[in-house]
Design a binder for this molecule. Structure first.
Ligand SMILES: O=C[C@H](O)COP(=O)(O)O
Length: 394
């Protein structure tokens, strides 16, 4: 289950987050930086106010990578009774020492290491926290003026991050100036929690007060059902279980078309030797017929996000050299059809650098409704089939 974490700075804000249904009340002072700490006295007051009705966490503040300083601050926070302590780790020669220095506290308290998507870390950084006994790792952004998490990290890398954490027994969290349309894209990767501050405030201004309606809007996008366990990066069965797809009773509403047009990416593709070891630009046009869920679409649960289509194409292309445009077009069609709301898809895949104009292929593929109905599990059937064939980006 993916939990909603709401960062609050005061008891009043904690009350709004609690009433809006946030799962984790995170204590953070946004005006003091990405991981600004709330004053100790206020933390104690807010933890007492929440009084076990929700999980609580507290940010450590933007600390220098000095083991003694970090340990002293975490010790102090541990005494407040918060359930989780979030500690920011900057790339540094002392990162490992700082993590190891917390192993003693980690034996008794749940520590969550916060890494920043706008910095570069050594490849084995998650191992460092697993070895030090941390409870989890989360990705956030350090500079809140420089874009959302998904502008720093592809969904494919996010999927890898979550899977790497889970493989090491760590919980995985995601945050970073997230907005409502980001939620279904991130939910598909099954993080343990998704964190918000700006999106809960008026006009996305994270230093402003939390707004109840904004918090309710985000809460509605993270339904609280218990998902089935999943192997896949993008799990449409999971999204279906969370209310992102229609019930059979709603199918009478017909379909709409969503499209991605003129989506250009560098791709390693081609059967000729001169096409190997380099990229060439390709343009993709995808049109999908999508079952309508409601007459009044109001939030991301009611739509099939075109972002999911673009994320899928990026992931497929990132897997390495592809011999044929036809192969890639089939993979894209299969990926889009994994979404049980898609009844039909047309994929146009075009190489842009081989002739005076484009060259490529247009294919049209349909959802195998009969097969899906036979299985009695419309939402999961195609995902399972394509996963088996390796069509899901991995
Ligand atoms: O822990 C999560 C953060 O508070 C997210 O803050 P943000 O949404 O303003 O980036």
């Amino acid at each position: 289950m993916t939990k909603m974490l709401a960062s609050v700075r005061s008891r009043q804000e904690a009350e709004i987050a609690l009433q809006a249904g946030a799962d984790i009340i995170d204590l953070k002072e946004p005006s003091r930086g990405a991981l600004g700490a709330v004053d100790m006295r206020d933390i104690a007051e807010i933890v007492a106010f929440v009084n076990g009705r929700r999980l609580t966490s507290a940010a450590s503040g933007d600390l220098p990578m000095e083991p003694d300083v970090v340990r002293a601050k975490v010790d102090e926070l541990a005494a407040t009774g918060v359930d989780f302590i979030k500690i920011g780790f900057l790339p540094s020669d002392y990162l490992t020492d700082c993590a190891k220095g917390l192993a003693g506290i980690a034996a008794n308290r749940k520590l969550v290491a916060v890494l920043f998507a706008d910095y570069v870390y050594p490849e084995n950084v998650i191992d460092v926290f697993a070895e030090a006994g941390f409870h989890g790792v989360m990705i956030d952004t350090a500079d809140k003026t420089k874009g959302r998490l998904l502008q720093h990290m592809s969904t494919d890398r996010i999927g890898t991050f979550v899977a790497d954490c889970h493989a090491r027994g760590l919980t995985a969290g995601l945050a970073g100036s997230l907005e409502a349309p980001d939620v279904p894209r991130l939910l598909a990767y099954n993080p343990d929690f998704i964190g918000f501050r700006g999106a809960l405030c008026d006009n996305l201004v994270r230093d402003a007060e939390i707004n109840r309606d904004a918090a309710l809007k985000i809460r509605a996008l993270i339904p609280e059902e218990q998902p089935a366990g999943t192997q896949s990066r993008v799990d449409y069965k999971l999204l279906a279980a969370r209310g992102y797809f229609p019930d059979a009773s709603e199918l009478g509403l017909g379909t709409d078309k969503i499209f991605v047009r003129d989506f250009v990416l560098p791709v390693e593709i081609g059967a000729y030797s001169f096409e190997h070891g380099k990229t060439q630009r390709m343009r993709f046009d995808v049109t999908a017929d999508v079952l309508r869920v409601t007459r009044n679409p109001e939030d991301m649960r009611h739509v099939v996000s075109y972002d999911l289509i673009m994320d899928g194409i990026r992931s497929l292309v990132a897997r390495g050299h592809i011999e044929l445009v036809e192969t890639l077009a089939e993979q894209i069609a299969a990926f889009v059809l994994e979404n049980p709301r898609v009844t039909n898809v047309v994929v146009r895949a075009e190489k842009l650098e081989l002739g005076p104009g484009g060259v490529g292929v247009i294919i049209e593929r349909k959802q195998d409704r009969q097969h899906a109905a036979r299985s009695g599990d419309r939402a999961g059937t195609h995902a399972a089939e394509h996963r088996g064939r390796g069509a899901v980006p991995s």
